[in-house]
Design a protein. Structure first.
Length: 389
């Protein structure tokens, strides 16, 4: 048994998430408040004890640990030749955008989606083209007619897929992934699948790797994976890019080496191997804890804040909350809640125009901290409604 109830103090640790005032409670960025698996800590301590931190290679054990994990956990066989180390999924995506597309072309996304996708596209002089997910009866689905129309546009050369999807917590089904893949291939659009959240799924759920669905998907895709979300290792800068297509792989390899994001620091590989070789039991208990936190949040909101609606979530530790019954400006709402209660949430507009009446809440924290956040949310919403009544 692992202890996920420990209230680790993260103030004054140069934490991006916890760079807040002392009375504030951050539940925004996708960073867990749990200490990582002790097996990973032990491996890092052993590495630190060596006391020499020169340049590093990526050993075969790194790739083998990923191969075994995906074969065992996700029923997908990855060949070693397909894999490349990268310092992170975001650096990988930005590098891929630069190498696979040219300035002025369009990169397709499915809004509301991870806000940094926009940065990777716009900062590199490409255009964001969104085939918005359709929100109906409290759930999301794909408008395939709109998706094909936008994939068919001559300037669309790349699609970034979020699988599972952040922020809505959806696990894409096999038939959905196949249909996306077929349409992309038909219109000569390469798919980059960001699968960083794949290991944080409900205990009774499984995600499906995009490339595993069909030969078409396999040959027309680039997959970005990492242990960083599942094991809370983002600060160690480690990820893997999987590219079965030899031509695409050569392009990606040149891209990440040109951008100098293909070499590991002294702890990245050690942490990754320990996570995939020894972190399974810890992760299974974590998933159960997160699922309990999700259910606790949904029940609390249903009983205390009936004007809010939590979109059903199968994956990630992030909840997408519909505030449209009383608010269409989530930027104003989250700012008000933070000023009044100290609770720091993400506004939905960050994830696209169709997210402006939503907020995103990170529930990957000890239950005691979660309950504090929910009480603050209740106070903040009630005060906001009074102010606007």
């Amino acid at each position: 048994m692992y202890d996920f109830s420990k209230l680790t103090n993260r103030f004054n640790t140069d934490s991006l998430k916890w760079d807040v005032m002392e009375h504030e409670l951050p539940m925004w960025v996708a960073d867990m408040d749990f200490e990582t698996a002790p097996e990973i800590v032990a491996a890092l301590e052993k590495r630190a004890a060596h006391k020499v931190f020169g340049y590093n290679i990526v050993p075969k054990e790194y790739f083998e640990s990923i191969q075994k994990w995906w074969e065992t956990r996700h029923h997908y066989s990855i060949q070693k030749d397909w894999m490349m180390f990268c310092t992170g999924v975001v650096p990988a995506i930005s590098s891929i955008v630069r190498k696979i597309t040219t300035v002025g072309e369009s990169v397709l996304i499915q809004s509301p989606v991870y806000n940094i996708f926009y940065n990777s596209i716009l900062n590199n002089g490409r255009h964001v083209l969104s085939s918005d997910l359709v929100y109906h009866d409290g759930e999301y689905h794909i408008d395939y007619e709109d998706l094909e129309k936008k994939l068919a546009m001559p300037q669309t050369t790349l699609m970034i897929l979020c699988n599972p999807h952040n922020p809505i917590g959806k696990i894409w089904k096999k038939e959905e992934l196949k249909r996306i893949g077929d349409l992309a291939a038909k219109h000569h659009v390469v798919v980059v699948s960001d699968e960083i959240h794949c290991d944080i799924v409900a205990p009774d759920k499984e995600y499906i790797p995009f490339a595993s669905v069909s030969e078409t998907n396999l040959k027309n895709s680039i997959t970005c994976i990492a242990p960083t979300k599942a094991f809370n290792l983002a600060g160690l800068q480690t990820s893997c890019i999987v590219v079965p297509n030899e031509i695409l792989r050569h392009m990606v390899n040149r891209g990440i080496n040109t951008d100098e994001v293909a070499e590991p620091n002294s702890f990245a590989v050690t942490a990754s191997i320990a996570a995939f070789e020894k972190g399974g039991n810890w992760l299974d208990e974590l998933r159960a804890y997160i699922e309990n936190n999700k259910q606790t949040t949904e029940a609390y909101i249903k009983n205390n804040l009936p004007d809010l609606y939590v979109v059903p979530s199968e994956a990630t530790y992030l909840l997408w909350i519909d505030c449209s019954k009383f608010c269409t400006n989530s930027v104003e709402l989250v700012q008000f809640i933070r000023e009044e209660t100290g609770l720091y949430l993400s506004d939905g507009l960050e994830y696209g125009k169709n997210g402006e009446s939503f907020v995103r809440m990170n529930v990957a924290c000890p239950l005691e901290r979660l309950l504090d956040g929910l009480e603050r949310l209740k106070v903040g919403i009630e005060k906001y409604k009074i102010k606007n009544s």
